[in-house]
Design a protein around this ligand. Structure first.
Ligand code: HEM
Length: 161
């Protein structure tokens, strides 16, 4: 029962992380870019700014839940680990490489790039950084999406190894 609950939360967090990244990067932002852009509107009032501002911490939160539930699952099942087939931890190690990259990118997006262009009222000199930072956030979010999808594929493989 506890395992079902942990894997349920693990899967829900993966669904929220992948779902929000996929919706924002693949559908929402391309659709917004097709709209006519008002000339006088400051960049921080754009849909891209608002969407990426919410996306980065959402992905980070789901990745932290994934790490927490993943570690807790391993800890509560440690007695079963003697029965695991050889190669399980090789696959687990490969998954962890992708997980580490995803964690690094989400932390960088949330605490460095997003923070650089937040609170523009207090630091108006950062306004000139907005277009380049948003472009960087979009590119790194695409990379995060690819990496988290691979991590999730490796997780599914791991559960059926
Ligand atoms: C980007 C982060 C992660 C994603 C997207 C992810 C995704 C997944 C998915 C989709 C599954 C398959 C579950 C199933 O089909 O039953 C899974 C299984 C698993 N995950 Fe993760 N996971 C992530 C991070 C972690 C972390 C950090 C750990 C541990 C430290 C972990 C440990 C596990 C384990 C042990 C399983 C297999 C459970 C079993 O053998 O039945 N995961 N993961």
């Amino acid at each position: 029962m506890q395992n079902n609950f942990l894997i349920f939360i693990h899967l829900m967090a993966a669904a929220v992380g992948i779902g929000s990244l996929a919706y924002c990067i693949l559908f929402f932002l391309p659709a917004m870019e097709k709209l006519p852009q008002p000339q006088k509107q400051p960049e921080e009032h754009s849909a891209t700014y608002k969407a990426l501002e919410v996306l980065a911490p959402t992905v980070l939160a789901s990745v932290l839940v994934l790490v927490g539930t993943g570690i807790y699952y391993l800890l509560t099942n440690y007695t079963r680990q003697v029965d695991l087939p050889p190669g399980y931890y090789d696959l687990f190690g490969i998954k962890m490489v992708f997980v580490v990259l995803v964690v690094f990118l989400s932390v960088y997006l949330t605490f460095s790039l997003r923070a650089r262009i937040s609170n523009l009222d207090l630091s108006p000199e950062s306004r000139k950084l907005v277009p380049a930072t948003l472009q960087q956030m979009k590119t790194l979010s695409q990379a995060t999406l690819v990496l988290i999808v691979i991590a999730s594929f490796l997780g599914i493989w791991l559960a059926r190894f």
